[in-house]
Design a protein around this ligand. Structure first.
Ligand code: FAE
Length: 551
């Protein structure tokens, strides 16, 4: 099936180079989105699909793993349909912008909510952060599972639309500890560099970092960490730092320097709709269908049949259709992919799926905390939303922590240092299928977050002690210093080598593949999207060579 694979690994470098690529980018960014949209190279406008369809390959989701799958399938000459439950973010709102301002969120901010649910719920214990909004397919979702809530991106680009852009390659020894069956030589020699190049990863100029008011908050946290004898490291990002410098000098419209991140960046961010997905569409073989949620998977005559609900922007299902495909790639994220496979196994639709589907879930040890600085240690009213520095205490044998120095751009001096700590928490959750709601429920008990809080507390107690500072208790609700009830980094649920073979092929069902963060067993020690992307590159290369080109 299909022609020989062609990998244009250097398609992107750091900017968009080829004509086909530009055409793809234009198609992804200019198609109409008043409801359902189909984005393809030949048709950049809304098209009514027939009631039933057939495609050689379907990719569910459009985040990192899905985007890699779509591009590599498209380059291999395979006609591929990408299904995304969120919208394509290409149509400006009444303010002329695609995404809404973080400090004045409107309906574009969150996925069908009547009120925003920002991770930092209060300031000085006051309920001043969240706003009333109208329900709409907004770009950020918070999926609540009792003691653990998971933030995810919704829309063409998935998490890349809302995240902090930190593009971190994990320490090699920890990668090998977590995924011992994966050849580290290949990952560090080929697939991590390929992922970074394709994602458009770049570094801040250290001289600018040292001088700009926009990173004063990072420099203050760095000084406090160093005083406690801790190491700090610069962290690369996919935000275009040249653009950021032009923002600072007034030559480009502000985005990272205007507080934008959680509800989308209007400029500067190389989200995967602008990189991988634009290149996928530019192959001419890939179409993206938006507001299209894959609900069920069952076996077809050759391959799989998906039941897909297409909704309008009010959330009303306006069409339910079936799409048959020979090969199915699941890139709906840790929660989405696990739910689809668990539902398929538990309802008997795909009975051969492994008992490991639904197991091995972790929050990457995420815990957020904040410190109150002395009055003379100002963090600045101006803060860039793109983190560029971390406190690296991962080699601490007792309490390994990698803590991102996070921004808190409020437009006023608040003397707060904020951190997202990634800890080595051995606890894992599992999902069970609830037939009453037809959904997967995460089993995670509050006590399972205790190892993360212990590790983070040990690090920040050290910093507080040396600097004579204290924790802030007013930001996370419930007078807490540590927010251990939400994560930005859901990982696992369909773990590589357990629920799948060593390349993401679902056990028991040939032609069914997992390509996203659900493959990573709960922890990776750093922010995860570079790992998810590189692993998808590795797996897709093998799958295309062995299962597709050779067939
Ligand atoms: P993901 O990007 O979540 O994409 C899944 C896509 O599938 C989404 O677009 C869904 O709407 C869609 N979908 C789900 N179910 C269905 C369905 N049934 N039918 C159709 N479509 C569906 O998956 N990571 C970093 O490395 N660095 C950071 O700085 C960073 N900051 C973050 C900040 C925030 C606020 C958040 C929320 C996350 C952050 N992350 C960061 C995590 C990162 O975005 C996440 O690990 C990746 O996006 C996960 O990639 P996946 O391919 O697994």
């Amino acid at each position: 099936m299909g022609s020989r694979p062609v990998f244009a690994h250097d398609l992107f470098m750091t900017s968009y180079l080829t004509r086909r690529h530009l055409l793809g980018a234009a198609a992804v960014q200019t198609a109409a989105v008043l409801g359902f949209t189909r984005v393809g190279l030949s048709s950049a406008s809304a098209v009514e699909p027939p009631a039933t369809e057939r495609a050689p390959a379907v990719v569910i989701g459009s985040g990192y793993g899905a985007a890699v799958a779509a591009l590599r399938l498209g380059q291999a000459g395979i006609r591929t349909v990408v299904l995304e439950m969120g919208r394509l973010w290409d149509t400006p709102g009444p303010d002329g912008k695609l995404f809404c301002p973080t400090i004045r969120p409107d309906r574009r901010s969150m996925w069908f909510r009547t009120r925003t649910e920002a991770p930092l719920a209060s300031f000085l214990w006051l309920d001043v952060v969240n706003r009333r909004i109208d329900p709409y397919p907004g770009v950020l979702d918070r999926v609540d599972h009792g003691d653990m809530s998971v933030y995810v991106g919704r829309g063409v680009g998935g998490g890349s639309l809302v995240n902090g852009g930190m593009a971190v390659t994990p320490p090699r020894d920890y990668f090998s500890e977590v995924l011992p069956q994966v050849d580290a030589e290949g990952m560090y020699g080929t697939f991590f560099p390929r992922a970074r190049r394709m994602l458009g990863v770049n570094d801040i100029d250290p001289a600018w970092f040292e001088s700009t008011e926009w990173y004063r908050y990072s420099r203050v946290s760095r000084a406090h960490a160093h005083r406690a004898g801790l190491d700090t490291v610069f962290v690369p990002n996919v935000y275009d730092f040249d653009h950021m410098r032009r923002e600072a000098s007034g030559q480009a419209p502000k985005s990272a320097l205007a507080g934008e991140v959680l509800y989308g960046n209007n400029h500067g961010k190389r989200s995967v709709d602008k990189t991988y997905l634009a290149a996928a569409v530019a192959t001419g073989n890939v179409t993206i269908e938006t507001m299209s949620r894959a609900r069920a998977i069952h076996r077809g005559r050759e391959g799989y049949v998906l039941t897909v609900d297409r909704s309008d922007l009010d959330g009303k299902v306006i069409e339910t259709k079936e799409i048959a495909c020979t090969r199915l790639f699941l890139g709906a994220g840790s929660l989405g992919t696990t739910e689809l496979l668990l539902r398929a196994r538990e309802t008997g639709a795909l009975p051969e799926l492994d008992a490991e589907v639904g197991r091995g879930w972790g929050n990457n040890g995420n815990v957020m905390t904040a410190r109150a600085n002395h009055l003379w240690d100002t963090v600045g009213a101006h803060q860039s939303t793109m983190p560029v520095m971390g406190i690296n205490d991962w080699n601490n044998p007792a309490n390994p922590v990698f803590a991102e120095i996070a921004p808190l751009p409020m437009g006023l001096e608040h003397w707060i240092s904020l951190y997202l700590a990634i800890t080595k928490n051995p606890e894992r959750g599992h999902f069970t299928y609830d037939p009453a709601t037809d959904s997967a429920r995460l089993n995670w008990h509050r006590s399972q977050s205790e190892p993360s809080v212990r590790a983070a507390k040990s690090l920040f107690d050290r910093i507080n002690r040396v600097n004579g500072t204290v924790y802030r208790h007013d930001l996370f609700g419930g007078n807490r210093a540590f927010a251990d009830d939400f994560t930005y980094h859901p990982l696992g649920g369909c773990v590589l080598g357990r629920a799948t073979d060593g390349y993401g092929r679902a056990k028991g069902h040939p032609g069914l593949y997992v390509v996203d963060g659900s493959l990573v067993p709960g922890s990776i020690g750093v922010n995860p999207f570079v790992t998810i992307t590189a692993l998808a590159e590795r797996n897709m290369e093998r799958i295309i060579q062995q299962d597709i080109a050779a067939a």
